[in-house]
Design a protein around this ligand. Sequence first.
Ligand SMILES: C[S@@+](CC[C@H](N)C(=O)[O-])C[C@H]1O[C@@H](n2cnc3c(N)ncnc32)[C@H](O)[C@@H]1O
Length: 334
Amino acid sequence: MSNVPPPAQLAQLMFGFWASQAVYVAAKLDLAGLIKDGSKNADELAQATSTHAHSLYRLLRMLASLGVLAEDSASRFSLTAVGQCLRENVPGSQRALALMAGEEHYQSWGDLMYSIQTGLPAFDKLYGQPIFDWLSQHPEQAAIFDQAMVSVHGRETAAMLDAYDFKGIKTLADVGGGNGSLLMATLQRNPHLRGMLYDLPGVIERATPQFEAAGLTSRCRLISGSFFEAIPTGADAYLMRHIIHDWTDEQCLTILRHIHKAMPADGRLLVVESVIPPGNDPFFGKQLDLNMLVIPGGQERTAAEYEQLFAAAGFKLARIVPTTTEISIVEGVK
Ligand SMILES: C[S@@+](CC[C@H](N)C(=O)[O-])C[C@H]1O[C@@H](n2cnc3c(N)ncnc32)[C@H](O)[C@@H]1O
């Protein structure tokens, strides 16, 4: 970007939403699914998606200029390596994330000003209730949310498992573990380990068939409930990936105190988040931080902020284990 003149750099930032909406519409129409087996022209795709052929052509051409699609000399479009990620049910699929980002997130970011003026989530103003309450009442979007978490955080899993040694742990609880993909991968990599997946009832219901299909039900308990009410006992390590960043300090303290109560004296608390570094270098966590303000009303935190939060809930921050991705494992002990 440094060779681009400053006014043009700013314009690129301003019109980021053009690209994000173009990707969203492509995801919603499932264009990637329609051309996965071979290139198609705009007329064929318009027929399959009930859209206006010439306008669809212009969308396809724009996506080709952005490297998502490729147009050949006969005006037929195929998927690039980036476009492949818009397919459903492929490793690294980003389709669910594109759907979520283009709908609830796009709408809420449209009122970023409200969040900056009030410190409150624009999502709640627009949708009339906090995100996780809303998702509990909207199963279709909730299933997309579960998959979107794999889209956005899935590639962190291997890095996390490479960086952290689970050998000394007998039972690992994944609190707010979503569809369980992280816990399943951890159990598969560590055959000695038993697991406990804890999340809201609808989420546990959707996760159950996946544990059955993976043959992991005998090694793992799936428990539904709210971490604001209680945390189940029986684990010696309590892991939360991208949970603490969803909530205010006060709400985090409630969750952490419940874990403190449930955890044995020699247990471990593993908080997996993007720990905000000092300095101006690009860091996705600094953008995710603002998303946490706009959508759930939470925030990303610095190491010092984690230390304070842990101490207020009765934990000592033992160490921060970095990974090859932006996330770290912030380890707490009683
Ligand atoms: C940002 S997602 C993270 C999911 C998963 N840990 C990951 O890393 O992909 C937040 C998770 O917290 C769960 N959650 C939200 N409120 C909850 C509550 N009160 N009790 C338990 N889980 C909750 C959501 O259902 C969702 O699965």
